[in-house]
Design a protein around this ligand. Structure first.
Ligand code: FES
Length: 106
């Protein structure tokens, strides 16, 4: 288990424990965290699991695959720290990570 804090656009914090092996998207859904919709169920084609990751954590994540980068670009996202939570597996190294969710995701 590792701690993840999901922060909504208005600053509301939801700190939950996520087991290694689940994705950051699955950790949010299983804990009822708002701000991650995940319409496609983790298949990298909806873009509604978008998160913004602070620089100190960004470098610890698995690099985004071409498929993820294409989905982010197709959705019109321009923030360089945007990722798709369904493409990020939780690991012990990510214990304490904080991610922010966009206003357009409920
Ligand atoms: Fe659809 Fe991540 S859940 S892209």
């Amino acid at each position: 288990m590792a701690k993840v804090t999901y922060v909504t656009h208005d600053g509301t914090e939801n700190a939950v424990e996520v087991p290694a092996g689940l994705t950051l998207m699955e950790g949010a859904i299983q804990n009822g965290v708002e701000g991650i919709e995940a319409v496609c169920g983790g298949n990298c084609y909806c873009g509604t699991c978008r998160i913004y990751v602070a620089a100190e954590w960004l470098e610890k994540l698995v690099p985004a695959a071409e498929e993820e980068l294409a989905m982010i670009e197709a959705s019109g996202e321009e923030a360089p720290n945007a990722r798709l939570a369904c493409q990020i597996p939780m690991t012990d190294a990510l214990d304490g990570i904080r991610v922010t969710t966009p206003e357009f995701q409920k």
